[in-house]
Write a protein that binds this ligand. Structure first.
Ligand code: GDP
Length: 196
């Protein structure tokens, strides 16, 4: 159960993240995948993560303290259609430093839009996670938007692609911020992760 969720700090520099004195889990995905909505659904706070950030905005690593026990981190999204090379390089360097160097990081939830066929940008990002040993977990979002059948078809296609990347397919969850589908499963899984 997430009882308490408080904003702590926003950074552009991974070196300025809070002291790594407790477990941390992070959320990432292409822009518009439903990351803010999912974080708000999980924490029960509608305004905690800002929804639909525009590409021109500064890309920040946002730390939230949960139950005084662990950090939830909202990472800036990737895959904006219109983004200049400098911003893209800045994102890559910030994110790769954070994901490979953050010592208390115990899970990275990579959000995937359940309505779509496997997207190159998500597969590339997951491939990079695989080569770097980043502890990726898949979260398929917006499951309320189509039939269960269609969601399952897309998930199966995506999981097939994972076989090329990971020896063991990453764990996955199916969610909807609209209906709160997956909330309990994801919350218990996170609680186990931060317990270890
Ligand atoms: P972010 O850019 O990844 O943080 O995405 P947002 O959380 O801002 O969501 C992008 C858009 O998708 C918004 O219009 C949300 O209302 C919508 N959205 C997000 N999650 C869901 C969901 O589970 N179901 C439905 N139907 N819409 C969603």
């Amino acid at each position: 159960m997430i009882q308490q969720a408080q904003f702590v700090i926003s950074n552009t520099n991974p070196g300025n993240c809070p002291k790594p004195d407790r477990a941390e889990i992070a959320f990432i995905g292409r822009s518009n995948v439903g990351k803010s909505s999912l974080i708000n659904m999980l924490t029960g706070k509608s305004g905690l993560a800002k929804t639909s950030q525009k590409p021109g905005k500064t890309q920040l690593i946002n730390h939230f303290m949960i139950n005084e026990k662990w950090y939830l981190v909202d990472l800036p999204g990737y895959g904006f259609a219109k983004i200049n090379v400098k911003v893209k390089q800045g994102w890559e360097s910030m994110i790769s430093t954070y994901l490979t160097k953050r010592e208390n990081l115990c899970g990275v939830f990579v959000l995937i839009d359940s309505r779509l066929e496997p997207q190159k940008i998500d597969l590339e990002f997951l491939y990079w996670c695989g080569t770097e040993g980043v502890p990726a977990v898949l979260v398929f979002t917006k499951a309320d938007k189509q039939s269960k059948n269609k969601t399952n078809q897309n998930i199966q296609k995506f999981l097939k692609k994972m076989v090329d990347i990971f020896e063991e397919a990453p764990q996955y969850f199916v969610t909807s911020a609209e209906s709160a589908q997956g909330k309990e499963e994801l919350t218990s899984f996170i609680e186990e992760l931060v317990q270890e």
